[in-house]
Design a protein around this ligand. Structure first.
Ligand SMILES: *[C@@H]1O[C@H](CO)[C@@H](O)[C@H](O)[C@H]1NC(C)=O
Ligand SMILES: *[C@@H]1O[C@H](CO)[C@@H](O)[C@H](O)[C@H]1NC(C)=O
Length: 167
């Protein structure tokens, strides 16, 4: 009886550890503190493969030594520390950053400075944009979905109109 119970406890504990592991893997896993130091605010992001590659070359993310790779390398090379040009959390800036890429689920890709991580911007569902983004895409290919960059222009225009109206 006691033996049986102990075994059950063990199962519960294993399950808990496994769940935490999975959670970390899906969330904090692609975060890398050094990314914050590479942020470069820009007026425009490249919107085609060629200019994207040029910008990536200039930023040379591959040449940056980050000690976050270790944990990620043990998985299957799924995440690569590379050039991104994405929106910020408030959708009023576009920025270049070296960060691990990530699977984005139908939103504009953002760089979250607090978490130092690329992730979905849940306020920007780009599957509803014209043209729409796919419901699953690689954040490293954000340049294909320029409606996300246009969102920043729109929000900025709106803010400017409001502040000039106030004046
Ligand atoms: C973007 O929005 C945030 C929050 O409203 C604000 O603090 C920041 O100044 C804005 N940046 C620009 C460039 O408008
Ligand atoms: C990250 O980018 C690499 C190519 O640079 C790609 O092979 C990999 O699948 C991407 N990872 C995710 C999660 O999209």
């Amino acid at each position: 009886m006691t033996r049986f119970k102990r075994r059950n406890d063990f199962c519960t504990l294993s399950l808990l550890v496994f769940t935490i592991y999975q959670l970390e893997k899906s969330m904090a896993f692609t975060s890398c503190e050094i990314s914050v130091l590479t942020v470069n605010y820009v007026n425009q992001c490249p919107t085609d493969s060629e200019s994207w590659q040029l910008a990536a070359k200039r930023m040379n993310c591959e040449g940056i030594e980050e000690d976050c790779q270790q944990g990620i390398r043990t998985e299957s090379h799924q995440f690569v520390f590379q050039y991104h040009c994405v929106i910020n959390v408030w959708r009023n800036e576009t920025l270049e950053v070296c960060a691990f890429n990530r699977t984005i689920l139908g939103h504009c890709a953002e760089f979250n400075i607090l978490g130092s991580v690329i992730q979905d911007n849940y306020y920007a569902d780009c599957t509803k944009h014209d043209p729409p983004c796919p419901s699953v895409y690689n954040s490293a290919e954000a340049y294909k979905y320029k409606s996300c960059y246009e969102l920043v222009q729109q929000i900025r225009r709106k803010t400017n109109t409001i502040s000039s109206a106030k004046r």
